[in-house]
Design a protein around this ligand. Structure first.
Ligand SMILES: *Cc1c(COP(=O)(O)O)cnc(C)c1O
Length: 396
């Protein structure tokens, strides 16, 4: 079998981390539902004891995603090559926080997924005493000022949700390490996917995905993923994951494995269609502003071009007119579904202030710029002409 590291992403998504099942030759990894595994003699087994700790279907997904993110950990050193699958994206982030001691200092981006914000501020600040500072990391000086020698974790998303801010990963890693060489820098790569951006290659220690979104891609499963850059970090994650138990089920592992097979072709289409729609929206007088990292008008377009090989399917627009106008537009779309979530084959549209980011306090929403005329699009893989026609009739 070819070493997956010799192949390009379009081949990796189909073959990496997988091999035909030895007893039958099945090309897709079977869904191993067994919770426990027979041993030959006490403590003598084939590497599998209990499914919370080890599961062949989950391992196949974990290896695949680790290899897509550019893991260099060999399978002999770690059975899942530093990849870990969880019951949800939030379970993956909770596991990262469980790597930290009580009272640890954390620096995050200021524009985080609403659920990440809630977990940090409303759960872990209380239960774990985390000391959290949120900064706009597009201002590297402000990040440097916030970063301290005792900061244990830097957590960011890029592009961010929903403002699509782009942070320079290499600059963040450099500044963070200069203050604390032992800091963990983790990147939520859900919006970009490993097809468009691979944070480990820019020096990050950890990559996280809500596999619920692009990786699974079909809006029919909830799952999360982590990939660690070093074996030492992978061992710490494995210990915490096995201790708390928020693992991805064998069935959901299979669902994501199946979805990832088409990730490369889906992302090509998401990238192309979103670029086309973003340009079209930018030409319209009834749209005040279009935010898309692929547009030259994006304030960090140059960083995005350096760091990403495609710009993804997410577009944020500021409509002319207020809340009522936005509401009318959202009620009139016929192909775009009015729904939370993103990254599926079908196009979705949503209103962050009322929907996904309702858990962010209004004052902070205002400070961040999550205004009442802000609408977020997740461009699916339908025919882009139909999507443009749908937006046109809804705006009219
Ligand atoms: C959806 C999402 C999450 C949370 O993932 P779940 O699978 O819903 O738990 C985290 N980060 C980002 C950027 C997301 O879009």
């Amino acid at each position: 079998m070819i070493d997956p590291r010799e192949t390009r992403p379009g081949t990796r998504v189909i073959h990496a981390g997988q091999r035909p099942e030895p007893t039958t030759g099945a090309v897709m990894p079977p869904i191993f539902l067994s919770s426990t595994y027979a041993q030959d003699s006490p403590g003598v087994h084939k590497g599998f004891e209990y499914t919370r700790s080890h599961n062949p279907t989950r391992y196949a997904l974990e290896r695949l995603v680790a290899l897509l993110e550019g893991s260099t950990i060999p399978e002999e050193a770690d059975p899942s090559r530093g990849g870990f699958a969880f019951s949800s994206g939030m379970a993956a982030i909770a596991t990262v926080l469980d790597l930290l001691d009580h009272g640890a200092r954390v620096v995050t981006g200021d524009d985080l997924y609403g659920g990440s914000h809630r977990l940090l501020r409303r759960v872990r600040e209380r239960s774990q005493g985390l000391r959290i500072t949120a900064v706009d990391m597009t201002d590297e000086q402000r990040f440097e000022d916030a970063m301290t020698a005792d900061t244990a974790l830097v957590w960011l998303e890029t592009p961010t949700n929903p403002l699509l801010k782009v942070f320079d990963l290499e600059a963040i890693v450099r500044i963070a390490r200069a203050k604390n060489p032992g800091v963990i820098v983790g990147c939520d790569n859900t919006f970009a996917t490993p097809i468009n951006q691979r944070p480990l290659e820019h020096g990050c220690d950890l990559v996280m995905h809500s596999a619920t979104k692009y990786l699974n891609g079909h809006s029919d499963c909830v799952a999360g993923l982590l990939v660690a850059r070093t074996q030492e970090l992978a061992e710490r994650i494995r210990f915490v994951q096995n201790s708390a138990g928020p693992v991805c089920s064998p069935f959901d592992s299979y669902m994501v494995l199946r979805g990832v097979k088409t990730l490369d072709v889906r992302m090509q289409r998401h990238n192309e269609s979103a670029m086309r729609i973003a340009k079209w929206l930018e030409s319209r007088k009834d749209v005040d502003r279009v935010v898309y990292p692929g547009l030259p008008s994006h304030p960090r377009h140059e960083v995005a071009r350096r760091q990403m090989s495609g710009f993804g399917g997410m577009i944020t627009i500021f409509l002319g007119g207020g809340l009522e106008h936005s509401r009318t537009m959202l009620e009139r779309v016929r192909i775009f579904a009015l729904a939370e979530s993103l990254g599926g084959v079908e196009s979705l549209i949503e209103h962050p202030a009322i929907m996904t980011h309702a858990s962010v306090p209004p004052a902070q929403r205002a400070e961040l710029g999550i205004a009442d005329n802000l609408v977020r699009l997740s461009v699916g893989i339908e025919d882009p002409e139909d999507l443009i026609a749908d937006l046109e009739q809804a705006l009219a």
